[in-house]
Every structure is written in structure tokens, then in C-alpha cells.
Write a protein of this length. Structure first.
Lengths: 221, 232
């Protein structure tokens, strides 16, 4: 058991070190989300009155598409160098390897959120409070698990860029519904924040368990 | 006529009988008018679609457990037929909604989850087409099939906070007059038979296609070593 945790930790550290040395993904994603905010600004007529009702939608749209890019990249380097096969040949359990990849990709998305949330607050004048950060971070856990599972799958399929959003987005909808609701409430809309957050935790547990059960079938292929 | 053609003809005959019951036997609803007649086929095809996706789930789980080719073929057939019935459900529901609600679409729990259902299994069919045929396609699709089946109730549940506009279950609440109930039950039975026949025919097509793939692989396996032989 300790061994599995050590493997997951080692894989995650490897991915994060690679990202730290190249510094490719997070700067690109940061630029991407800022651009998304600029486009949203011109797509909507944003002023101080309607910003709290538009900002949650813009936040989740930018986050979802940044997530697709981040998780799509998670297996790109492994595929190019066929290093995933090498990792799978070791006695380490595939689930631990998968968990490591998901943790690293999730943390990279958190890095991107660290740009997105302040930028949103800056451009849209909405508050950046702890409840908003908590909802986004909780949603990131489940999104990373699901996103990495399908990224691992499409990495071996033709037209992977086409397929990843089609498979991942429907499964992310529960997180967007609950997370979206939580952020709306935190930005001043009516409703129950606690219920939304509790639901996010439930979804996290459900999908983390499911993806770890399914990871074996996807990675072993 | 082989047995598949006979079954198909019987299913079409049953559907025509159901159409007769819907238009000539069932009374016109006093509030919704003739638009209410959409209900019979709309709900029946939704039930048939759920049945098909249950077949996908079952086939996928069995395939992941013991790599049974037959289970995978059932899953494949179920997904295709299920997507067709979901399309029918969505289109008929939208027509009804335009007439009764005044709009084609509302983001209500049942509509949203049905749309997600459609997208998930359309994705399932795409995975089948794009993944390498054989073990890879079957495994990946099985994972998608299982996740999709779990995702739909979760989406339904999470959207349900907001007010739901979709009519509740009139059948369970005993709100239908006997003629309407009889028409509905008959239509539902016919639709389920139609779905079963479609799955059976599709299963036959998949079996033949798998057989052809196997024959092609067998031939290429026979040809390649001979070509690889060194010429003396």
C-alpha cells in the first residue's frame, strides 16, 4: 500500500519536474485563460451590474477548456517517447501510475487557476473569496481524475483531439452544475452554498473511486 | 424470408397496430388536445432507450470481466439502437414541448440528462469507430459505456435543484384514464419488441462483420510468412 503511494508520488513528481524544467504548459494555459477573459469581455456587454451573473459562466468555460488542454497534454510526452509502456512494465501498479499522472495534471490545472481567479476578479470586478477558491479546487479533483482517464484512453486513438472533449465534457457536467452553483452563490446569487459544496465532495468521491477502478483497463491496453 | 426478416416484419406490424391505437382508440386529451398523443411513443421510446443502455452496461461489465466477444457485440448493438431511440425521444419531446410549453427546449433535469445520455452514447459509437478494432475498441468503449450509464443519473440529480418543468410520472400516480393507459402499455410493449428485434438484427450484423475481420486477418496471417520466406 505504501509502495503504491510512493509510486504515485514519484510519477507526480516526475511530471511536475518535467514541467518545471520546460515551463511549457502552465504559461501557455495562463495566457489561454487570460485570452478567454478578454474574448468574454468583448462577447458580453459587461458592466458592474451584470458582471456577477456572467463571471461564473466565464470562469467555468475558461477552466473547462484549459482543463481539456492540460489533461490532453498529460499523456502527450509519454506517447511521443513511448515511456508509458516502460512505466507499465515495472512491477508498479497501473492504478498508482495513473494516480500520479492525475495528481500532476490536476496540480498543473491548479497553477492555471492561480492565474484565472485573480484575473477574473481583476477584469470583472467580482470578489475572489475563499468559497470560490474552495469550489474550484474541489471540482478540480474530480475533473482531473476523469480527464486523465480519458486522456490516457484517447492517447492511443486516432483523432484524439476530437475525441477527448466529446468523452470528457459530458462527465464533467455534474462538477460544472454543482461548482457553477457554488460560485454563483458565492458571487451573490440565491441558493445553498453548503449543499453545492457537499455535492462536489460526493462527486469527487464517486468519480475518484470509479476512475481508479477503470484505470487498469485503460492503461493495460 | 429468414427469421430476421420475419421478426422485423412482425415488429413493424406491431408498431402500426400501436399507431392505430394511438390515433383511433385513445381519447383526445381535453387540456393538451391532439399533441398529447405524442406521449405514448415518446415515453415508450425513452423506456426502450434505457433498456438498450442497460444492455450496453451489462455487456460492458461482462466484457471487462471475461473478455466475452458476444457480450461486446451486444453492447455495440445496444448502443446504436439506444441512440436511435433517444433521438426519437428527444425529437418527439421537443415537438410536444413547443405545442404545450411554447418552447422547444428547457434546461430541466430530465431534458438535460436525456441530452447528455445522447451525447455520451454518440461518443461511445465514435470510440468504436476511431479506436483500433478488436480488444482496444472493446475495452475503451466498455469503460465509456459504464461511465456513461453512471453519469446520466448523476447529471439528472444535480440539475434537479432547479425547478423541474418536465411532467412527472402520470402512470405511477394513476392519473391516466383506462383507454389511455391501455394504449400506452400496448405502445410500450410494441416499442420494446421493436428495440429487441433491432438489437438482434444488429447483433447478427456485428457477428458477420467480426467474422469477416477474422477471415481477413487469417488470410493475411497465411500470406505474410510465405512472402517473408527468403528466395532461393
Amino acid at each position: 500500500m505504501t509502495n503504491s503511494f510512493a509510486v504515485a508520488f514519484a510519477v507526480a513528481r516526475k511530471d511536475l519536474t518535467a514541467e518545471w524544467r520546460t515551463r511549457e504548459l502552465v504559461p501557455a494555459l495562463a495566457q489561454f485563460v487570460v485570452l478567454a477573459l478578454v474574448i468574454a469581455n468583448f462577447g458580453f456587454q459587461i458592466d458592474a451590474r451584470n458582471a456577477p451573473s456572467i463571471a461564473p459562466g466565464v470562469l467555468w468555460l475558461a477552466l473547462v477548456f484549459a482543463g481539456l488542454v492540460a489533461f490532453g497534454r498529460a499523456f502527450a510526452a509519454e506517447r511521443e517517447q513511448a515511456s508509458l509502456e516502460a512505466m507499465l512494465m515495472t512491477p508498479a501498479s497501473p492504478v498508482a501510475i495513473f494516480a500520479g499522472k492525475a495528481i500532476a495534471a490536476g496540480l498543473l490545472l491548479v497553477g492555471c487557476e492561480a492565474i484565472l481567479l485573480p484575473a477574473l476578479s481583476l477584469f470583472f470586478g467580482t470578489p475572489m473569496s475563499a468559497p470560490i477558491v474552495a469550489a474550484v479546487l474541489l471540482a478540480t479533483i474530480g475533473m482531473a481524475a476523469l480527464g486523465c482517464l480519458f486522456a490516457a484512453m484517447v492517447a492511443r486513438i486516432r483523432s484524439r483531439e476530437l475525441l477527448l472533449p466529446l468523452l470528457t465534457l459530458p462527465l464533467w457536467i455534474p462538477f460544472i452544475v454543482a461548482g457553477g452553483h457554488a460560485v454563483q452563490v458565492a458571487m451573490g446569487a440565491g441558493g445553498s452554498y453548503d449543499q453545492a459544496l457537499a455535492l462536489l465532495v460526493d462527486f469527487d468521491i464517486l468519480f475518484v473511486v470509479l476512475t481508479s477502478l477503470a484505470a487498469r483497463f485503460v492503461l493495460d491496453e | 424470408m429468414n427469421k430476421y426478416e420475419k421478426a422485423a416484419a412482425a415488429a413493424v406490424g406491431l408498431m402500426l397496430l400501436a399507431a392505430g391505437a394511438i390515433f383511433f382508440y385513445a381519447p383526445t386529451d381535453w387540456l393538451q388536445g391532439p399533441a398529447q398523443r405524442i406521449f405514448y411513443l415518446h415515453v415508450s421510446s425513452a423506456i426502450a432507450a434505457y433498456g438498450c443502455f442497460a444492455v450496453v452496461l451489462l455487456g460492458s461489465v461482462i466484457y471487462l470481466r471475461n473478455a466475452s466477444l458476444a457480450a461486446d457485440r451486444f453492447a455495440r448493438s445496444g448502443a446504436l439502437v439506444g441512440v436511435i431511440f433517444t433521438t426519437v425521444t428527444l425529437v418527439m419531446g421537443m415537438l410536444w414541448a413547443k405545442k404545450v410549453w411554447g418552447t422547444y427546449w428547457a434546461w430541466d433535469a430530465r431534458l438535460t440528462s436525456t441530452l447528455v445520455l445522447w451525447i455520451v452514447y454518440a461518443g461511445y459509437l465514435l470510440v468504436r469507430r476511431l479506436a483500433e478494432p478488436g480488444r482496444q475498441a472493446a475495452r475503451f468503449a466498455a469503460v465509456v459505456g459504464i461511465f456513461g450509464f453512471i453519469d446520466v443519473p448523476v447529471v439528472h440529480f444535480s440539475v434537479q435543484w432547479w425547478k423541474t418543468q418536465h411532467p412527472g410520472s402520470v402512470i405511477v400516480r394513476d392519473a391516466l384514464p383506462p383507454e389511455m393507459l391501455a394504449t400506452f402499455l400496448f405502445t410500450m410493449a410494441c416499442t420494446v419488441v421493436l428495440a429487441a428485434v433491432m438489437i438482434a438484427i444488429r447483433y447478427r450484423i456485428e457477428t458477420l462483420a467480426d467474422g469477416q475481420v477474422a477471415v481477413i486477418e487469417e488470410r493475411s496471417a497465411v500470406v505474410t510468412p510465405r512472402e517473408a520466406e527468403p528466395t532461393r
